[in-house]
Each structure stands twice: as C-alpha cells, then as structure tokens.
Ligand binder design. Structure first.
Ligand SMILES: Cc1cc2nc3c(=O)[nH]c(=O)nc-3n(C[C@H](O)[C@H](O)[C@H](O)COP(=O)(O)OP(=O)(O)OC[C@H]3O[C@@H](n4cnc5c(N)ncnc54)[C@H](O)[C@@H]3O)c2cc1C
Length: 434
C-alpha cells in the first residue's frame, strides 16, 4: 500500500544520488517530508575546552545543506532545516506532519545509534513506523561475507575476504521528482551558529566547498580532467597541493558523495582510460574506510574508551592542557609536526602522512591521552568522521585493531623521506608573505 506521507531524516547522507532512504520514500509516498536538523551538541565544548565541531567543519556542513536544499527544490520539493536535538526534532516533526513512517540511513557509532534508539521509542509511542537503510559503505552490511560479530580484527583478513567474495553494488539513481510541503525555515549562517568565518588561507591544499555538486565536480576533476587517479599510488603520501590525494574525504563524511558512486566512476575510468595499481589502490583505501565503519559498529562505545578494544588499561597517559596546546598550535619544536599542526589549524585539512606523524608524536613523544588528540581532530578536521578518526587514533595508540605497541613514527626520518626539499615545512612554518 502506498503511504500518504513519509519523513526522510537526512543525516550523513546529504545527497540525491545513491540515497536509498530518499529514493524509496519518493516511490512509496504521495508526499515526503525531507528534514535535516543541525545537532546543537556540535557547538558544545568537550573536555579540551573546544567545541565538538570547529568553524571549518560547520561551514562545510552549512554549505552541504544549502546545496542539498537547492537540489531538492530543483526537482519540486523542499528541505526542512532546523537546529536542535535531531532525534527529538525529527519525532516532533513526524507527529506534526502526520507521517506514517520515518526513513533514515543507519549510522555506525554509539552516539548516533543511541539517537536512533531514542527516536524509535518516541515514534513507537506515537504509532509511527520507521524504516532503516544502510548507505554509507562500499560493501553493504548485508553483503558482508561474515556477521558483524565475526568481523576480522585485522584489515588484511577483512579485505581479502571481501575482495574474494563481494561485489560492489551499482549506485542508485537520484529521484526525478520530490513532492513535499514548502518550508519557511532558513538555513542558519555560520555567525548564527556562534562561529566566525576564518579567512581562507592561501597556503591551503584545496578550497573545499560543501555539497553534492562540488563533490561530483571533484570526482570529475580528479579522475577525468586531471587523470590524477592514474598515479595515485605514487603521489598519495604527498603533503603539498590539491592532487597528491583525492581529497574526497570531506564529501564522503557528510555523505555528499557515496563510496559506490566513486568506485563506479573508477571502473568506468579503468574501462575507458587506464587500469593500474593506482586505480586499484583508491578502492583499497575505501575499503579501509569500510573496515573502520564496520569495526565501530561491532565495538560500540569501546572505541571511545582509553583502553579501546583491549580489556585492561596498560599505560598511564598525561592529561595536561598546556602540553596539548603546544601540539595544537604547532609549537612542539619538531618542525614536521609543527608544520602539519599549523596547516590543520589554518585550513581544517591535513594529509594522511601528516595525521600519522602528529598522532604518533602526541601519543609516543608527548605521552598525552590519545583521546585528546582525537578530540582535537574532531574539532578541527573538515573531514571529521567518528569511525575513521577514532579508529585511526586507537590503531596508532595500540589499543584499536590489530593492537601493537610499536606504531611509532620517526618524525625526523619521515620529514626527510617525504619533505626532502622542505617545501612543506617552509610553506607552513614561515610567516605568510603579505
Ligand atoms: C590519526 C588519523 C585520523 C584520521 N581521521 C580521519 C577522519 O576523521 N576522517 C576521515 O575521513 N579520515 C581520517 N583519517 C584517514 C585519512 O587520513 C583520510 O581519510 C585521508 O587523509 C583523506 O584524504 P583523501 O580523501 O585525499 O584520501 P585518499 O588518499 O585520496 O583516499 C581516498 C579515500 O579513502 C579513505 N581513506 C584513506 N585512508 C584512510 C584511512 N587510513 N582510514 C579510513 N579511510 C581512509 C577516505 O575516505 C579517503 O577519502 C585519519 C587518519 C589518521 C592517521
């Protein structure tokens, strides 16, 4: 039977393409109520004295929602945007709009899952149904060759089995039409959210613009216009510039682009241009992303505990804000670490090579609680994603997957290997020329 009204709760899936909850809702309902609620808890301070999400991240999110609203309007509908506690607001809206069902994409981390549980309790009392979709990974949860409880703890085991036994699904089309009420809600500005827009730093690797349209343009640019994908394996450890790596992560984190869409484009590129180790390696890295997501789902809130997935804490960590500040501001005295940290603060971005080094330095040289490092990344990174961030931090701290105490980087050697001519250090350590 066709529902009269379905509410679609957008979360980290801010796109029209490959959006199973949205597509099915448009097929099943006479009218849909598309909703995005900016979580006010993002503005609250954590124990390191900074908001959960900083200005770069919030700005990118606001751009992403603006783009989504525009795209929905272009096919006849509208997007309700509010600020508050999403699980409460969504339930309220479901009741006031008299919907029969709420559709949304399931998330993987414990806070997001607890939001879902709270929402379900209110919906159930109100006699409203819900349907959950899985949309964030390359391999769907139901296509995994093992149950989540049996998920391997070592990436290589996961990857080998997935590569042998799974196909990656073709991304779904975007709906052609959306019928929804019109809303008179405005998207708040960054200033209304309590932030100031930082000036764009000309040294930034790239100017990120939020939203599905910018995401698709970046895929086009990285694959088809620049052919950068064809050399990705050789350039991916770079530090300076737009194209040493794909820079897809901020759009993947907000869900403005789907991993399946990217892989579908890579397959087309392999058919039409070139198939090599580099084109494969991008898919390999996307499997790391899947691995961290499924691991977060399996481990629940252990991911955020100091001892991670191990049962017993085996080391004492420093919790000294002044030491942390030196690291944050890029004044540790280690030039490679400092250059990377200054880049992050100024631009919301840091390369993967940089992230590994600065995390290792905080953990192994400064002895600071690894969770404080993860909290700062949560605040500062434009591409913050709970599963990838906390998963990588726990991994480097030796309390995550494949625990080993020796994931320590020699930052001097790394600087010599990856920044031989000092281009990166000079860029970020020297004052900007006016
Ligand atoms: C301490 C630490 C914290 C991190 N925090 C985050 C985070 O909050 N959000 C985030 O998306 N990534 C995080 N990463 C992983 C990785 O650094 C970024 O995904 C990558 O640098 C993004 O740049 P790119 O899109 O150009 O990557 P590319 O090299 O072009 O890779 C393509 C895609 O593969 C995925 N990917 C690549 N490497 C990893 C990895 N190690 N783990 C998970 N996925 C990966 C990303 O989705 C990325 O966009 C973290 C890594 C470390 C060491």
């Amino acid at each position: 039977m066709r529902n009269k009204k379905i509410l679609v709760w957008f979360r980290n899936d801010l796109r029209l393409h490959d959006q199973p909850a949205l597509l099915e809702a448009t097929q099943r309902a006479e009218e849909i109520v598309p909703v995005f609620i900016i979580d006010q808890r993002l503005f609250e301070k954590t124990e390191i004295g900074l908001s959960k999400a900083g200005a770069h991240r919030i700005n990118f999110l606001l751009e992403s929602i603006t783009d989504l609203k525009k795209s929905i309007k272009a096919i006849g509908g509208d997007l309700y945007v509010g600020v508050g506690i999403p699980e409460e607001k969504v339930a309220e809206l479901a009741i006031t709009h008299g919907v029969q069902s709420v559709y949304y994409s399931q998330d993987v981390c414990s806070e997001e899952i607890s939001q879902e549980n709270k929402l379900q309790r209110v919906l159930s009392k109100a006699g409203i149904d819900w349907k959950i979709f899985w949309s964030s990974t390359l391999v769907d949860k139901n296509d995994l060759p093992f149950s989540i409880n049996q998920l391997p703890d070592v990436f290589t085991k996961f990857r080998n089995k997935v590569e042998r036994e799974c196909n990656y699904a073709i991304p779904l089309d975007a709906p052609e039409e959306i019928i929804s009420p019109e809303f008179d809600t405005d998207i708040p500005t960054l200033e209304q959210c309590g932030y100031e827009l930082p000036d764009f730093d000309q040294r930034s690797a790239i100017k990120f613009v939020g939203g599905e349209n910018a995401a698709i343009s970046r895929v086009k640019e990285y694959l088809w216009e620049g052919d950068h994908i064809a050399t990705y394996k050789e350039t991916r450890n770079g530090l300076v510039g737009k194209n040493y790596s794909s820079k897809f992560s901020p759009w993947l984190c907000t869900g403005s682009i789907s991993a399946k869409y990217i892989v579908d484009e890579i397959y087309a590129y392999e058919d039409e241009r070139v198939k090599n180790d580099s084109t494969y390696w991008m898919i390999f890295e996307l499997l790391w992303r899947d691995f961290f997501r499924f691991t977060a789902y399996k481990q629940g809130n252990k991911l955020f505990h100091v001892q991670g997935f191990s049962e017993h804490p085996d080391r004492k960590w420093r919790k000294d804000l002044r030491t942390l500040e030196k690291w944050i501001d890029g004044y540790t005295g280690d030039e490679f670490v400092d250059a990377n940290m200054r880049e992050l603060k100024a631009s919301g971005w840091m390369s993967n090579r940089g992230r590994q080094n600065v995390a290792s330095y905080l953990i192994h040289e400064m002895g600071v609680d690894w969770r404080w490092g993860a909290m700062y990344f949560e605040h500062a990174l434009i591409d913050y994603d709970p599963a990838s961030n906390w998963g990588n931090w726990a991994y480097l701290a030796g309390v995550g997957n494949d625990p080993r105490p020796d994931r320590k980087f020699n930052t001097q050697k790394q600087a010599n290997d990856y920044d031989k001519n000092r281009a990166f250090r000079n860029l970020w350590l020297n004052p900007i020329a006016s």
